[in-house]
Write a protein that binds this ligand. Structure first.
Ligand code: GZL
Length: 341
């Protein structure tokens, strides 16, 4: 039986139990934080509560757009969307609000992997399936979530390492001492854990690669600029910057320019970025960023597929990987025009 049918059953029993107080046939839902703004809806819609990390990056904005475009009323959904503004406690509050409103499904991108067991147990006890989006959780009981949709972050990191090895070989620098610094995203997030492990696994195969420092720049442009500035002061010879998202890359480019240095295909610092947002791909095309490892934010359709399977009483897969590519000056022109984010 799908979640919507289960919710109807719960609704009928609550209507019968307190008939004298309930009027009308729809259940009322509150948008998070607007308790007095109760929104009535017809029961034909599937109610999806979504807790999004925030709006820290261009990637995140595109990820949110994908969710909002998918879970629209026209498509048969009632979306309750909450922006956690980069705070785990706000995500936990939102999940609890979704549980109390008896939504049909909970979808969320956990800002970090730890600290979710209790609230996910509450969702399980309430009979509400949880679908993870983008990032993962580390929980004792994997049945606390139904499915996860996202990227193979370790593969993304390995792709960056493999590209660098090939590039250095092409440049005749395969045996040279190569000094590398890394701008990491939010500490403890799945994307950082995977990208770091992936790149490090390739770096370990090259004794002449020296990772001088891996700094937490929290996936933002401001922190990317700040941490890059510090590393430029600290190390006089940086050959490669690995920046784990385009927003930090934009900040790093400002710091590198202010230091009178350059990046990209015409010499200077080799710049490796992640996400492959349109504004960064334009810099790949201009030869400013050497390579951009795509991280696909368009996950709404994958999540809807999971819900469709569950609504039809089927068993969803535990993991759904989105498709991704690697962009350099050689192939970027083929996608830039159609890029929606
Ligand atoms: C990756 C996602 C990361 C992006 C950043 O799936 O978690 O978070 O790479 C975003 O741009 O902030």
């Amino acid at each position: 039986m799908g979640q919507r049918a289960k919710r109807k059953l719960r609704l009928i029993s609550s209507v019968l139990a307190v008939l004298v107080f309930l009027s009308g046939c729809g259940q009322d839902f509150h948008k998070e934080g607007e308790q007095d703004d109760v929104i009535s809806k017809d029961d034909s819609l599937t109610v999806v509560g979504v807790s999004q990390i925030g709006s820290e990056s261009v990637w995140r904005t595109a990820n949110t757009a994908s969710i909002q475009n998918t879970f629209s009323k026209e498509n048969g959904y009632f979306l309750i969307f909450d922006n956690a503004r980069q705070k785990q406690e706000n995500q936990i509050k939102a999940l609890r609000s979704f549980i109390s409103q008896q939504v049909d499904y909970i979808v969320f991108s956990p800002i970090v992997e730890d600290g979710w067991d209790t609230v996910l147990q509450e969702a399980k006890d309430a009979g509400i399936p949880v679908i993870l989006m983008d990032r993962k959780v580390k929980v004792k009981d994997e049945s606390l979530y139904t499915a996860w949709v996202g990227s193979d972050f370790a593969e993304e990191g390995q792709n960056a390492g493999r590209w660098l090895a090939g590039h250095l070989k092409e440049e005749g620098r395969a045996g040279e001492e190569i000094n590398i610094v890394v701008l990491q995203g939010t500490n403890g997030s799945t994307s950082v854990i995977g990208r770091t492990e992936g790149f490090d696994s390739v770096a370990a195969q090259h004794d002449n690669w020296n990772i001088l420092e891996q700094a937490d720049a929290d996936f933002t442009t401001a922190k990317g600029r700040e941490e890059m500035k510090k590393m430029l002061h600290k190390y006089e010879d940086i050959d490669v910057v690995v920046s784990q998202n385009d927003d930090m890359t934009f900040g790093a480019l400002e710091a590198i320019g202010e230091a009178g240095q350059s990046t990209g295909t015409d010499g200077g610092i080799i710049l490796i970025s992640f996400d492959a947002t349109k504004s960064a791909l334009e810099k790949v095309e201009q030869g400013i960023i050497n390579v951009d490892i795509e991280c696909n934010p368009e996950q709404g359709a994958y999540i809807e597929e999971v819900i469709r399977v569950l609504e039809s009483g089927g068993q969803a897969e535990k993991e759904y990987f989105v498709s991704e590519r690697v962009f350099t000056k050689k192939n970027v022109a083929s996608v830039i025009g159609d890029r929606s984010y």
